[in-house]
Ligand binder design. Structure first.
Ligand SMILES: Nc1ncnc2c1ncn2[C@@H]1O[C@H](COP(=O)(O)OP(=O)(O)OP(=O)(O)O)[C@@H](O)[C@H]1O
Length: 316
């Protein structure tokens, strides 16, 4: 059986707060599934429920077909990074992993392998209390990889990592999925997942807002728009708007055109003798697609008006 996580009708309430409100989704093998939602949406609670650290009021979460608590050697079936800072400050990085390995029947050699894999070998004999946040993240990821599990969960793994670390973790997620593993990674920042996730499960107020492939989501959000680069932006805008398009300014010499196919845009500009240097399909950012999706489901909306940048300056 391919490794999976199956969440079915999961519900969890803390006193007056419904943290998770009937969630169902599947995390498949060979894919990075982004688990996204604003602060307080219920991501961490869901991960804790999957890992048996908390009990649901209703529903179930299955890891390879079984509740986590029934797994015999859990570290070899599912690895998780939840709270990287939850370390014994006096314990050396390597000893932290040795202790984990021993309690799961894993050998010392594996500890050295994962320390190399996360780039922490040279700091492994230092005490975890002196680790930077990024080093703590790497140690947490080493612990998740220790049992070579087919399923991995990472809660906000990019927190505290520098740009090199962010690039590294993106590559790691992609390679873990390419090896056939099921990877669930949470984030409240879309940009982080744009080049990493194959699928997105977006939640808001404890409910699934969208469960979709990233490619489909971007295609839908791009709405068949095309981008045109021309030194005569105002003339181009007038001609295209007269033909029924919605034209938005995207840069000093760039407009985004919605409502007309690319070949029609090209024909209209040529007919009007308006030169243009480029005409290409517009690709919405994942951030903009996500804003479209989650509008209305945001737990703590910022005061400033949000919205996709490409709608600014729209000529209608
Ligand atoms: N142990 C708890 N006791 C009481 N309320 C809780 C507990 N854990 C979570 N909550 C509440 O449940 C809701 C969901 O929290 P959760 O931490 O799962 O969200 P999240 O999506 O992970 O948010 P963030 O991105 O901020 O980490 C929040 O309103 C939170 O305050």
């Amino acid at each position: 059986m391919d490794p999976t996580i199956e969440v079915r009708g999961l519900r969890k309430r803390y006193r007056t707060t419904v943290a998770v409100d009937g969630l169902s989704f599947t995390v498949r093998a060979g894919e990075v599934t982004g688990f996204v939602g604003p602060n307080g949406a219920g991501k961490s609670t869901t991960m804790r429920l999957i890992l048996g650290l908390d009990s649901p009021d209703e529903g179930e979460a299955l890891v390879n077909g079984h509740p986590y608590r029934r797994l015999r050697t859990p570290l070899t079936q599912v690895g998780a990074l939840l709270d990287a800072a939850a370390l014994h400050p006096g314990r050396r990085g390597r000893d932290h992993l040795l202790w984990l390995a021993q309690s799961n029947g894993l050998g010392k050699r594996r500890v050295s392998e994962v320390l190399d894999q996360v780039g922490l070998a040279s700091a492994a004999r230092r005490r975890a209390g002196g680790y930077s946040l990024g080093m703590q993240q790497r140690l947490g990821i080493a612990a998740a990889l220790l049992g070579d599990p087919p399923i991995l969960l990472f809660d906000e793994p990019v927190n505290g990592l520098d740009p090199d670390g962010i690039v590294w973790i993106r590559g790691l997620m992609r390679s873990l999925a390419a090896e056939g593993r099921a990877v669930l990674v949470s984030s409240h920042l879309m940009g982080e997942l744009e080049e990493t996730a194959d699928r997105l499960v977006a939640i808001g107020r404890g409910r699934v807002v969208a469960d979709t492939s990233v490619a489909e989501l971007l295609a839908a959000a791009s709405k068949g728009r095309v981008e045109v680069t021309t030194a005569r932006r105002a003339d181009a805008t007038r001609v295209l708007a007269n033909a029924g398009a919605t034209v938005a300014v995207a840069g000093p010499e760039t407009v985004i055109v919605e409502g007309l196919p690319g070949d029609r845009v090209s024909a209209l500009l040529t007919e009007a003798a308006i030169p243009f240097s480029e005409l290409r399909r517009h690709r919405a950012s994942l951030e903009a697609a996500y804003m479209d999706l989650t509008r209305g489901a945001v737990e703590f909306a910022p005061d400033a008006p949000g919205g996709a940048p490409e709608t600014e300056g729209s000529v209608r």
